[in-house]
Design a protein around this ligand. Structure first.
Ligand code: NI
Length: 135
């Protein structure tokens, strides 16, 4: 089967594009398309939790608390998943940034949804998950 090529436009901050171009140059990429394809593949692998069963684990992220409504959105989101969140730790790491670590438990589907929604909140960066499968 032939995998067709799709072209699409994206809008990114100039600062992010500069950082991306610098790192792909250091890594030896000679064009953005291959680097973006690799980055998307990495994103898919990172974001997709194996299906089935129950999981426990941690979700951690950094966010800029000055971004409009970010604290309110995070609290509302966490309350929506109160049966899956066992514990939340918050630390003020710089004048602008906070880090939160959640201990989570539930079905793979629930944890995947929570992880996806946290990572999608505007102002949240570097949302990471570490899961352990429960028997
Ligand atoms: Ni804080």
């Amino acid at each position: 089967m032939v995998d067709r090529v799709t072209r699409f436009g994206v809008s990114l901050s100039s600062k992010l594009v500069e950082r991306f171009d610098r790192i792909i140059s250091e890594l030896g990429y000679d064009n953005r398309s291959k680097a973006i394809a690799d980055a998307i593949t990495e994103f898919i692998h990172q974001k997709k939790i194996p299906d089935g069963g129950n999981l426990t684990g941690t979700i951690s992220y950094i966010y800029d608390h000055h971004v409009s409504d970010v604290n309110k959105k995070l609290v509302e989101l966490q309350h929506g998943f109160e049966k899956n969140i066992r514990s939340t730790m918050h630390s003020h790491i710089t004048h602008d940034e906070c880090v939160e670590v959640l201990i989570v438990e539930g079905s793979a589907k629930e944890i995947q949804t929570l992880y996806g929604e946290l990572g999608a909140v505007r102002g949240v960066q570097n949302c990471k998950i570490s899961t352990l499968k429960l028997k």
